[in-house]
Design a protein. Sequence first.
Length: 417
Amino acid sequence: MDHKTLTNIIKFAPNENETWDFKEKWHESNGELLRDIINFANTPSHGDSYIIFGISDEDGSVHGVDKNDPNRKNKQQLQDYLRTIPFAQNYYPKTNVETLEIKGKLVDILTVYNTNNVPLFLMQDVVRVDNNNKKKKKGKPLERGLIYSRIGDSNTPVDQSTTDERMEELWQKRFRLDVNVYDRFKYILKDYKNWTYVPRLNNATYYIYTKDPDFLIEEIYDDELKNRDSFMSYSLSQFKLRIGWNIVRLKYRGTILYDNFFNYFDNATFGAIIPDERFIKIHDKDYSSGAYSYYLKDDFPFLITMLITNLRGGLTNDRGRFTFNTFKKDVLLIDDESQRLELEKQTENYLKDNIREVIPKATEVKSVKSQMKLDMGIDDKPKYDDQKVMNMILDNKLTHLMIKIYNSSKNNSKEEN
């Protein structure tokens, strides 16, 4: 959480809801802390929840936390504690703890990350005791089998389960029945084990979701193949540069929800949805811009690529795995749009003083053209003059640079944490 977000939430204090709760100090009982975390994890919303310590729940004033409070926990201590809890499924809530300064005082923010693995409940009772006096009980135990859930600003009573209506909402969230069909499709694309690969049926290849055959992926021949480029910037690191083209369609009950082009690499040892492409400014006398290739991790191009790669054994044979790993050198894989936009700014700033790093060299052009010549067909030759090859190399080098900057930023962030 950033400082601005925290400040905006505190403006609502002491009013609480299903997203945040205010505490003047940390819980004196780990069991009571656990109760709050389970209640916040078991909500039908698809966002994170927060327990904010150091804020009065009476008048919303900022008191700050006591740095020497023995009940205070950091991220690792909290996760270690949650791992010891007997949850009924092979999953425990993921959390984070961070500290920010508000009005000169320290405020702790415990984030309960959103999860679809709901409802969460216990398979054994958990006794609530005082952290500093284990013989002193703090109310009734958390009972196994009961489902606690935050409704409004209130937790479920410790000896009851939540309402039937809320229970239904939680199960709908678990199976993505509460989201639109596009989000459901994204979810099941990650469920590799429940897909079936059916090659060459009625001049098409099919991928069928066996849990619900209404969800279907159809791969068909591209009728415009002869008009497609045989070489792309994201194929330049491959052993064989030439690529093939098909079309992939996602269907739900026969309706096409999404379609895109599908490339084959290295004689079809690996295939991928064409990456997305964006342009950034290049300050050079010969080039005004360059394009980079990328995937967003939770968008259809990457999700479909990974599903088909898994179903067709692209990760289980050496040649397919090598081609896949080579492909990843030419495509930026990034978490979300905000990261992508920030990376663009970083790259543009970097290129102001380092533009020569992405400008194609004569030796590189000669080398790529020699490789292309080995794979080139008769129809390809007029398409690939020096300028087109130079543009491809520029785009390829730009993508490599952005991958390098992105990975460096991630590593620096890990070291800071």
